[in-house]
Design a binder for this molecule. Sequence first.
Ligand SMILES: [Fe+2]
Length: 181
Amino acid sequence: MSLSVRSPGAPESAPRNAAPSSSELLEFVRRTAADASLVASLQLDPEGRTWVRLDGPGGSEAWLIGWPPGTGTGWHDHGGSHGAFAAAAGTLREESLAARIPTEGWKTLELADGVDRARELTAGRGRAFGAHHVHQVLNQSADEHAVSVHAYYPPLPMMRRYSRTGAVLRLEQVERPEEWL
Ligand SMILES: [Fe+2]
């Protein structure tokens, strides 16, 4: 038998080291995206993406990322981490799949009709995503840089990268953190 003792009137709160939820990560990325001086401190490069690592809440991995016009991530997952991201400047388009994709045991997969989703994130707008989310993020502007804030928990253990031809998704690569350095 165990007894749980709490002093009368003590507030009930989550343990201090609880894993941050997707909504907490969303709150963090939206608040950080609204930090004009931080966003302005990111160096922008017209030739490619730029990034700065941030301190995410509760041990999460967080990044401030600059996207020149015409850049994008390609299709990927987050290796089982959940997360959130928010635009801080410009507009990002997110294309995602409204279907649970098996993580193992296949090389190509034909997507069913109707699983594609797309949304535009203008400055100040964000979204949270679950551990099995597959998406790509793009700056489709012809002339405007975009800046965004991203957070993942647990810190990304790996990412699966996919190519896509029509309805067919193909696993191309599994990236591990040591390959990003
Ligand atoms: Fe992503």
